[in-house]
Ligand binder design. Structure first.
Ligand SMILES: Cc1cc2nc3c(=O)[nH]c(=O)nc-3n(C[C@H](O)[C@H](O)[C@H](O)COP(=O)(O)OP(=O)(O)OC[C@H]3O[C@@H](n4cnc5c(N)ncnc54)[C@H](O)[C@@H]3O)c2cc1C
Length: 409
């Protein structure tokens, strides 16, 4: 296979994945004058299942690095004020984003726009199959329209999302060592929906699923469910729809469309990031970056930019890219893992909406009910054995003011 492959020209850096982490990384490299190619296996602009609520920090990154987001890259309603947590006791907790509403992105166009703004060369419909580190360069084998192509670059960046081929290629068998989670979103026409349309709604409810959400998009209502990879999400979804009708008066027409994806949730909770080997580094969700309630765009953008800066440094001064990247990325590790750190949640306000302030707005007895509800929501997660690891990592964070790099792959 590889021997008959056509050869493509040599690049300083090849980035696998044409999404936000790839675009942010490419922007740093192109701005510093390095030849950069992005490989994207879908035809562009490509669809991506996502709620599209970019956090204020992610929105600022887009503005500062790529400019104002064009209208076609935003869904209706254009903005989102914040998140409402709903509990089994029927208490709810609205939390507004810091600095006001943020954008509701249409990932098909926002990602393509960011990609174009980066200035990198892009080969679409080009699926990465494998990477091989040759010591002073990396050989990349990809496939486009049935034909194999070889590329060569000084460095390669895996920015190819949760189910990363780069990670699989660098760490064979890795995918069998972590739990996988399925999420699916279902699109409905609305009959009646009393939920506040200005917010993203999330149910902290153990009987509904690990990840249950709903919000308005383009006149329709999205209902999403997430669970372990072996679960029947269609059944879960039916249950959520009945629950929403019974408890919240939400009446929806039958599902018009559904779309799902598989996710590597959990790595940021327990500080088990995957950053690559030799001349290959990993960034974005492929590396494990995912903030609370699966907000992944801001950390994809920031980690991607850091990966780009580390690569510029390695190219310019002939430094070890691994040492440089691992040093530089620790700031984003702190930001992301702090979101799950119980000490930070209680004393530090690590999110972009104030959970503790929202909790304090409730009476003492309601606060107790909410804490009980959160505890019962966390119980089914016990089988992953993350609780003790989260607490140990939180203690480390206090003692050495960092999350231990020894836990990263
Ligand atoms: C249902 C759902 C809702 C979400 N809602 C939100 C939200 O509201 N707000 C938020 O901030 N985050 C949300 N997220 C998370 C967010 O979408 C991701 O964390 C973020 O997009 C990660 O960015 P990335 O650049 O690391 O990877 P991705 O966005 O996953 O992009 C990876 C890219 O690599 C390409 N690719 C993959 N394999 C290959 C290959 N072998 N060869 C070439 N190309 C390849 C893919 O086509 C894709 O374009 C949601 C996720 C899901 C699943």
């Amino acid at each position: 296979m590889a021997t008959s492959a056509r050869y493509h020209s040599h690049y300083d850096v090849i980035i696998v994945g044409g999404s936000f982490s790839g675009a942010a990384c490419a922007k740093r490299l192109v701005d510093s004058g390095y030849s950069t190619l992005i490989l994207e296996h879908k035809k562009l602009p490509r669809h991506k299942p996502c709620s599209g609520i970019v956090s204020p920090r992610g929105h600022r990154f887009l503005l500062e690095n790529f400019g104002p987001v064009p209208d076609e890259a935003v869904h209706s309603p254009k903005t989102c004020r914040g998140v409402v947590f709903h509990y089994p006791s029927m208490l709810s907790m609205p939390m507004d984003f810091h600095y006001g509403p943020t954008l509701h992105l249409n990932r098909k166009y926002s990602d393509h726009w960011a990609l174009l703004q980066s200035g990198a060369d892009v080969h679409e419909r080009t699926h990465l199959e494998s990477v091989e580190d040759k010591g002073t360069s990396v050989e990349v084998i990809a496939r486009t329209e049935g034909e194999h192509i070889r590329y060569r670059a000084r460095y390669v960046m895996g920015a190819d999302g949760p189910n990363s081929t780069v990670v699989r290629s660098v760490y064979p068998g890795y995918e069998k060592t972590i739990p996988w989670f399925k999420v699916k979103q279902y699109f409905h026409e609305r009959i009646d929906c009393p939920l506040d349309d200005d917010y993203f709604h999330f149910w902290v409810h153990p009987d509904l699923g690990f990840y249950t959400w709903s919000h308005l998009r383009n006149e329709g209502q999205i209902v999403g469910v997430g669970y372990g990879a072996g679960d029947d999400l269609n059944k879960r979804h039916e249950r959520v729809v009945s629950y929403l009708e019974e408890k919240h008066g939400v009446r929806l027409k039958p599902t018009e469309k559904r779309e799902g994806s598989i996710n590597n949730f959990g790595l940021s909770l327990i500080n088990r990031y995957v950053f690559g080997k030799g001349n290959i580094i990993i960034t974005g969700q492929a590396a494990g970056f995912l903030n609370i309630i699966a907000e992944g765009m801001s950390c994809a953008l920031h980690s991607g930019a850091i990966a780009g800066e580390a690569t510029v440094d390695a190219l310019r001064y002939n430094n070890s890219i691994q040492d440089t990247y691992r040093k530089m990325i620790s700031s984003e590790v702190k930001r992301c893992s702090d979101q799950w750190n119980p000490f930070k949640i209680i004393f530090g306000n690590p999110h972009e909406a104030d959970f503790m302030a929202a909790l304090k707005r409730h009476s003492r007895s309601d606060r107790r009910r909410i804490i009980r509800d959160i505890w019962s929501f966390l119980r089914p997660w016990g089988k992953y054995g993350w609780g003790r690891q989260i607490v140990t990592q939180a203690v480390f964070r206090r003692l050495i003011d960092a999350y231990a790099p020894s836990r990263w792959l």
